[in-house]
Design a protein around this ligand. Sequence first.
Ligand code: SF4
Ligand code: SF4
Length: 459
Amino acid sequence: MSKKNAEIAMRDEELDKIKACIHCGICLSACPTYLTTGNEGNSPRGRLYLIKDLIQGEVPELDIAGQEYLDNCLSCMACETVCPSGVEYIQLLDYARHEKQESSYSKGFWGLVRKFSFAFLLDQRYLLNLGRIGLKVLNIFYKLFPFLPKLSKMQPSREISYTKLEVNKLYPSAGTILDVAGENAGIGVCEQSRTVLFNLGCVMDTLYNSVHHDTIKVLNAAGYHVYVPASGCCGALASHSGEFEIGEKQTEKFIQAQCDALNKLYETEQALGDFSNPIVFNSAGCGAHVKDKVYLESLVLKDIAELIDPDNWLAPISLEDFKAKLISPVKGIDENAEIEDGKQSLKAVYHPACHLYHAQGLTTQYQNLLALIPNLELIPFLEAEVCCGSAGFYNLIKPQLAEPIGERKAANIKKAGVDLVITANPGCMSQIEAHLGGGYRVVHPMSLLAQCFSEKSNI
Ligand code: SF4
Ligand code: SF4
């Protein structure tokens, strides 16, 4: 098939996908940009009209307003979850951005700066750490001069400890005896089957590095050994921001690092895809992206909540033994709290990150896991499944919409009357924390679980 015919076939395929839309409008109430602006152009249905015009060639290029409507989309996928016709909205949006009209943020001088940042900075751990120090300095500056307008609400306001985790290293559970060959290779040969790969990524390691420590602690408590491959960014941030080529290259590198680590684990040159050791994610965006893009179907990719889901427990130790290690976190949150036979409960809301709930379909796993925690009570809240406005770098490049979306999320959480928010994505953590203001605590589920292991626990 000639290139031109292939393009026509592709265009017709995309047009068929648009025809699935029956214009019912059910998606409107799930869409954060429509809920915030009340403007149909900022709704999934409105954007589908624009995409159709672009694909059909009825307009050679969108005008400024049309471009703005497409750029305003957070790619949260909430519209796909509720759509009764199964419209593949994100594929259509990506096609339009990729083949027809790239985001205005990818153009011009700042577009080049953006491309450079995605291509080089996200893959360099030491540069990200320099950025982290910069954010810390910025926070001190804001404390001294609180009246100054903030450049970004992205940085966590609390002091968060940073202890560098080493790459190419095995973090074994207690009591593991590494055999000599394994020690030389940095890996316990006799423990291969219970070893998972866990990648540090970029944003989580930079902003919430303690969550990685907590995740390893939880994995160890479930009986897993954890190997940290020397991998960089998985490509999620670049791809979710419309920089598809950069994202694709990063994903390929990321997958190669997994295969190298697995080959090292078995000290063989296995055919790619022969591995059954899970590759575990604790960051919603990374898991969703790699699961979606990976071309090696036999790699086992799991969010941590899938790996230790009480309804489908896969861990080496039994669920009963894992549960027996958990004590109430009330003490960890409030030093003065008294607990009497579970009479005092810790109330919290769970905000499901879009890339877990909508992209990966993980609608129950985290709640199941949190239900294991003694004395923890999850309170339902309004519009829980609506995006918080973080969406990768959206809150940096679109503050005019990210702010009201974040405010709306914070207001709904406040109505629930809790001061603890649990969510499993670094972007959601920083966005929600920034909009809730003081007096609230936002934690990753792994950090809460890690606090629940008694001192007697053998992890
Ligand atoms: S819910 Fe689906 S079918 Fe209905 S308007 Fe939205 S995209 Fe179209
Ligand atoms: S992906 Fe999210 S922001 Fe974009 S149209 Fe769908 S619901 Fe709205």
